[in-house]
Design a protein around this ligand. Structure first.
Ligand code: AMP
Length: 192
């Protein structure tokens, strides 16, 4: 079954998606990761997305939707988890028509949530390995050796710019305004 995972930043979408990948061999499509990868490689898409990521705002739908469409079109029958897409109603509707064209279906839309204080604590304490993407937390799961990734051994652990408090507030506001209405949307479609 194909799955949409949605919820506020810090709810654990990436963590749960990674577990599903491990256990069920599904393909994870994380729009946040795709943007960061493009940013790292200084592609046109990455440069376009940068200002929005820096401010904690959504990258325009035109850019985001075609990026996801490209990935979905190349899946070749693999089951997928959408992690962080759709993030607003217009993206959800675009997803429906993309999937219809590709003769694909989402079986469940799973909403992950956590109390505001927990989200804030998880986001401000989150550290990520720039090399392999492994996620740490300064209190809950620190690396064995400070600054060194347990998985790949590189000294590439960093704090995402948008995990700083000044940006987090905006990300949570964007979530409430744009993403939360998806709960109702998916309830109505019957896959919530
Ligand atoms: P994430 O890694 O899911 O927290 O996403 C990081 C940032 O990438 C977000 O704050 C947005 O700027 C951008 N982003 C990720 N997914 C989307 C999306 N579906 N639509 C627009 N922007 C997105």
């Amino acid at each position: 079954m194909n799955i949409v995972l949605f919820g506020p930043p810090g709810a654990g979408k990436g963590t749960q998606a990674a577990l599903l990948v491990q256990r069920l061999g599904m393909f994870q499509i994380s729009t946040g990761d795709l943007f960061r990868e493009n940013l790292k490689n200084k592609t046109k898409l990455g440069i376009e997305a940068k200002t929005f990521l820096d401010k904690g705002e959504l990258v325009p739908d035109s850019v985001t939707v075609s990026m996801v469409e490209d990935v979905l079109a190349k899946l070749g029958g693999k089951k997928f988890i959408l992690d962080g897409f759709p993030r607003n109603l217009s993206q959800a509707k675009s997803l429906e028509s993309i999937l219809m064209n590709l003769k694909l279906k989402v079986g469940k839309a799973v909403f992950l949530k956590a109390p505001y204080k927990a989200l804030l604590g998880r986001l401000t304490g989150r550290r990520v390995c720039k090399n392999c993407g492994t996620v740490f937390h300064i209190d809950f799961s620190p690396p064995k050796q400070a600054g060194v990734c347990d998985k790949c051994g590189q000294k590439t652990i960093y704090q995402r710019d948008d995990d700083k408090e000044s940006v987090i507030e905006n990300r949570l506001k964007t979530y409430e305004e744009s993403t939360l209405p998806l709960v109702e949307y998916y309830r109505k479609t019957g896959i919530y």
